[in-house]
Structure formats: C-alpha cells, structure tokens
Ligand binder design. Structure first.
Ligand SMILES: Nc1ncnc2c1ncn2[C@@H]1O[C@H](COP(=O)(O)OP(=O)(O)OP(=O)(O)O)[C@@H](O)[C@H]1O
Ligand SMILES: [Mg+2]
Length: 233
C-alpha cells in the first residue's frame, strides 16, 4: 500500500509544487584539484538529473557568462597575475555568474550544476596562493550571500594522479603549472573545507577507476535528493 507521502494524489501535488516557479531549485557544485575528473563527472550527473525530468542548468567557474568566460581566458593565460588580482577577477566572474545565471535559474525553480564555485577560492586563492581567509569571506558575503550550494561533491585524489590525467592535454594552464606545493595546498584546503562543512560537502575518492567514482557520485546524488527524485520518478 502507498504511504501518504507516496500516494498518487500526494505525488501529483508534490510534482506541482516542484515545478512551481515559487519553489526554489537545487544548487549542486563539483569541486576538486586539477584533473580529478570534475568535468567528466558533470556530464553523467547532468544526465542523471535530467532523466528525472528536472530542468537543469549546467555551468562552470570561472565562466558561465560572457564576462566570466573572458575573465576565465585572462585567468588561465600565461601572463603574470598577482594573487590579489586573481582573487578579485575570480569573484568578479562569480558575482556576475550568481546574478546573471545561478540566482535567476534557482528562483525559476530550475536546478543548477556548476563545475566549481566558492569553495574553489578558499582552495586555490586561500590554500594555493596563501591569501588570508578574511578577504575571501568578505567577497563571498558580498557576491553570494546565502546562495550556498545544497550539495558539493568534492573529488579528491593525489595531486600526481590528477596531473598525470591532464598532462596529455597539451600545455598546462597557469594553475596546472603552479607547482606541486601549490597543488598540495589546494588539496589540503579543499579537505579542510569538507571538515568545516560536513553536511554540505561530500568527499569522493577520485583516485579510483572512472566507473567506480561515477557510481559513487550518482549514489550520493540519489541519496541526498531522494525526496525530490522520488516523488515524480
Ligand atoms: N577516475 C578516473 N580515472 C582515470 N582517468 C580519469 C578519471 N576521471 C577522469 N579521468 C580522465 O582524466 C582526464 C581529466 O578529467 P577531467 O577533465 O574531467 O578533470 P577535471 O577535474 O575537470 O580537470 P580540470 O581541473 O583540468 O578542469 C580526462 O582525460 C578524463 O577522461
Ligand atoms: Mg574540468
């Protein structure tokens, strides 16, 4: 027998509520160091979410808007960018992304899946570039306020593993070529964020074969959003 929460009538009501623009969408982010498999995972996760009939926006940082994509080109180029300029450029791209893409999508009841978000600044500009946390926190407050992800999937693997995976792609970008010490600090700072926000950030061991990693990610997604997925599934 159907429980009240799963009766056809309740299902119908909940589906109506979910597609109501007054109902905010879910915000999911993928994080991790160079070459851990974020972008590969994004495709599978997006398909999993869309298979549930959910209207999903897939995006990335830095980027996601015309301004953000220009800033991304500048950030990944080989010229000298001091850490403070890097931090402000990333947040310039981020605040535009939040106001132009993420906020409106969530307000319209759409879901958003982003390849990196604010944790990346704590990891790269805080951990990697050794900038103090306070200015990052202040920029976070200014740029995103309470728009924290509902779930962050942190792909974690040894730095050498990630670098090996991206090495065959050709010349390394400014972050990939910043040195092992930099990348180790990025990894440590990401793991520190996961300890600080254990309810939001889920660490997945990305050093394993792709099918195992992807299986774990999909299971985590299904568990975390069982209610959203279950009612209309
Ligand atoms: N679990 C895995 N095992 C082995 N190879 C993998 C795994 N996951 C991804 N790869 C491969 O590693 C390479 C890097 O993956 P991907 O581009 O998804 O990483 P990324 O985290 O998005 O990298 P970047 O930090 O450069 O954006 C790709 O060639 C991908 O096919
Ligand atoms: Mg990528």
């Amino acid at each position: 027998m159907n429980s009240p929460a799963h009766s056809p009538i309740t299902n119908g009501l909940l589906c109506a509520i979910r597609s109501n623009p007054m109902n905010k969408g879910r915000f999911i982010t993928l994080e991790g160091g160079e070459g851990v498999g974020k972008t590969s995972a994004l495709t599978v996760l997006a398909q999993t979410i869309r298979d549930r009939g959910i209207d999903l926006v897939v995006t990335r940082e830095p980027g996601g808007t015309p301004l953000g994509e220009r800033l991304r080109e500048l950030l990944l180029g080989s010229w000298n960018v001091c850490p403070e300029a890097e931090l402000m450029m990333i947040f310039a791209a981020r605040v535009q992304h939040v106001q132009e893409v993420i906020g409106p999508a969530l307000d319209a009841g759409r879901w958003v899946l982003s390849d990196r978000f604010v944790d990346a600044s704590y990891a790269y500009q805080g951990g990697g570039r050794l900038l103090p946390k306070e200015p990052i926190r202040m920029l976070e407050e200014l740029a995103i306020r309470d728009m924290q992800p509902d779930l962050t999937l942190l792909l974690d693997a040894p730095v050498e593993v990630g670098l090996q995976r991206v090495n065959h792609r050709g010349p390394l970008d400014r972050f990939e070529s910043a040195g092992l010490g930099f990348l180790e600090r990025v990894r440590a700072a990401y793991l520190q964020r996961a300890r600080e926000f254990p309810d939001r950030i889920c660490v997945v061991d990305a050093g394993r074969p792709p099918e195992i990693v992807l299986g774990d990610l999909v299971t985590t997604l299904n568990d975390r959003f069982a209610n959203d997925f279950g009612y209309c599934g």
